[in-house]
Design a protein around this ligand. Structure first.
Ligand code: BG6
Length: 500
């Protein structure tokens, strides 16, 4: 049989984010970014630890004494990246995705001159990725808007953020010209509509609204902030191509939410599911097709939420669209017209379970496992955009510790991986042009949604715990050898029995 599996230059690898791995949250000139003041996005979203001080005109940090902010030290990737990247090399990684922490480069976000110490760190890190034979894939902002821009400007509601972001993007695009080919702008930018504070640094945290940053955001505010993000994305694409015509800039989306199935053939459920997915498609429609779709203009008209669009901005959005589509996929959801849908880090969830799926990740997270959803999403994206795709996050969080002999048995992770790679093969055969597959959290890092260490995604265990204790020692799990085998055979050999 003449099957096309994966192209020979397929980018197998893994992905992390600065704020979930580096730690060193206040070292070498760095100031806080949005995630530094939250324990977890899902658990702490309405009460970030920050207060605007009307007297001084600046913000005060207000950490809660009873909470552990694990991301402040995270897994100390800032000091241990050489060891970690060596392990990734041992697995045969072709690519490694991380973010540059914007607040290391421009600590407040609005300075004229970048912080040389922050740049020096990423010089070392990116060189180390390259020396280990991997393609560095860089996110410009992974839930990492500098806090001063949120607290003092109101975040992406303020038009000036576009200029600050452009300045930051220019500095790093130039600095890593010839070293970094694949870039993306805002991690899971489509989460801005449900998690505006963190997903895109959008907040109404202004002097008028010091205590509850997201409480009074209107729909019009979110459309306005989105518009600024779109203009910033277009400018980043423009800069990227001017600085290095060979480099590629992608948008990055949480597209688990595209695998939202209608509960049944009730036309209202079918249409409801379509409209729900459009809340995510909307972002890619603008950033890759270059214009606002009619279904969004209708909402603007009917809810009086038309954003303020300045001269020349629509042309920018039209002329500078993404080179590829990067997305995360973890799970699928079911839409039922009577039930509220929610969005969190892993995608969408409704109140309805899907009886056709094999299972979920363990308690308490219980994310439905749906490998076919990955094939479905790749196909939907290919049909709609005809652009190369990159899966930049996929994985399963398990609660695991070494057994008495020091072994970490993670068969459910191997099964999840096998089943998703099988579906990815199908997507390639269906005609999707897929650049790479990056496992989320190839070594354990802090969970974005819950702020825990306990929710582990890694092929490598990191000895750190929810209470902040641990030696930070790295330990290979069973799945380490399995992913190595997958990469070595370019996705051919998926059996894992001999690792169990
Ligand atoms: C993605 C985010 O949505 O989901 C990551 O981009 C995050 O930052 C990942 O870690 C998994 O979510 P969680 O909540 O399990 O860490």
């Amino acid at each position: 049989m003449n099957r096309q599996l994966f192209p020979s230059d397929f980018l197998w690898g893994g992905a992390i984010a600065a704020n979930q791995a580096e730690g060193a949250w206040n070292l070498d000139g760095k100031l806080p970014s949005v995630t530094d003041v939250m324990v977890g996005i899902g658990t702490d979203k309405d009460t970030p630890s920050i207060k605007f001080n009307k007297e001084t005109g600046i913000y005060d940090l207000n950490f809660k004494p009873d909470k552990v902010y694990l991301s402040h030290e995270a897994v100390d990737f800032y000091h241990r990246f050489e060891e970690d990247l060596n392990l990734m090399k041992e697995m045969g990684f072709k690519a490694f995705r991380t973010s540059i922490s914007w607040a290391r480069i421009f600590p407040r976000g609005d300075e004229d001159i970048p912080n040389e110490k922050g740049l020096a760190f990423y010089d070392r890190l990116i060189d180390c990725i390259l020396e280990n034979g991997m393609e560095p894939i860089i996110t410009l902002s992974h839930y990492e808007t500098p806090l001063a821009l949120v607290a003092e400007y109101g975040g992406w509601l303020d038009h000036r953020l576009i200029g600050f972001f452009e300045r930051y993007a220019r500095v790093v695009l130039k600095r890593y010209k010839g070293k970094v080919k694949y870039w993306m702008t805002f991690n899971e930018v489509n989460n801005a509509y449900r998690m505006p504070f963190v997903a895109a640094g959008v907040a109404s945290m202004t002097p008028q609204n010091p205590e509850y940053p997201v409480a009074d955001l209107t729909e019009a505010d979110v459309f306005q902030a989105n518009h600024h993000l779109f203009v910033a994305h277009a400018l980043a694409v423009k800069l990227c191509h001017e600085i290095n015509p060979k480099a590629k800039m992608g948008g990055m989306y949480s597209f688990s939410s595209l695998a939202t199935y209608p509960k049944n053939c009730d036309p209202n459920n079918v249409l409801g599911a379509l409209n729900f997915t459009r809340k995510s498609y909307f972002y890619a429609d603008v950033m890759t097709r270059g214009s606002y779709p009619g279904y969004i203009k209708r909402i603007w008209r009917e809810t009086n939420s038309h954003p303020d669009i300045r001269e020349g901005e629509l042309e920018l959005i039209e002329n500078y669209t993404s080179d590829y589509i990067a997305f995360s996929y973890y799970r699928s959801a079911v839409y039922d017209k009577g039930t509220e849908m929610i969005i969190n880090t892993g995608g969408a969830a409704g109140g309805v379970e899907n009886p056709y799926l094999e299972g979920t990740s363990p308690e308490p997270w219980k994310w439905p496992i749906d490998p076919t959803g990955l094939r479905y999403v790749c196909n939907m994206l290919t049909d709609r955009y005809q652009l190369p795709l990159m899966i930049v996050e996929n994985g399963i969080g398990l609660d695991e510790d070494p057994d008495s002999s020091g072994l970490i048995q993670d068969e459910p992770r191997m099964k999840y991986l096998k089943d998703h790679i099988e579906q990815l093969r199908e997507a390639v055969q269906d005609g999707s042009d897929i650049l790479g597959y990056l496992w989320w959290g190839p070594f354990d890092i802090v969970s974005a949604g819950t702020g825990e260490m306990k929710k582990r995604y890694g092929f490598v265990y990191v000895d750190r715990h929810n209470d902040g204790s641990g030696t930070l020692r790295r330990l290979k799990k069973q799945s380490f050898g399995y992913y190595k085998q997958i990469i070595a055979t370019n996705g051919e050999e998926l059996e894992y029995d001999h690792f169990v």
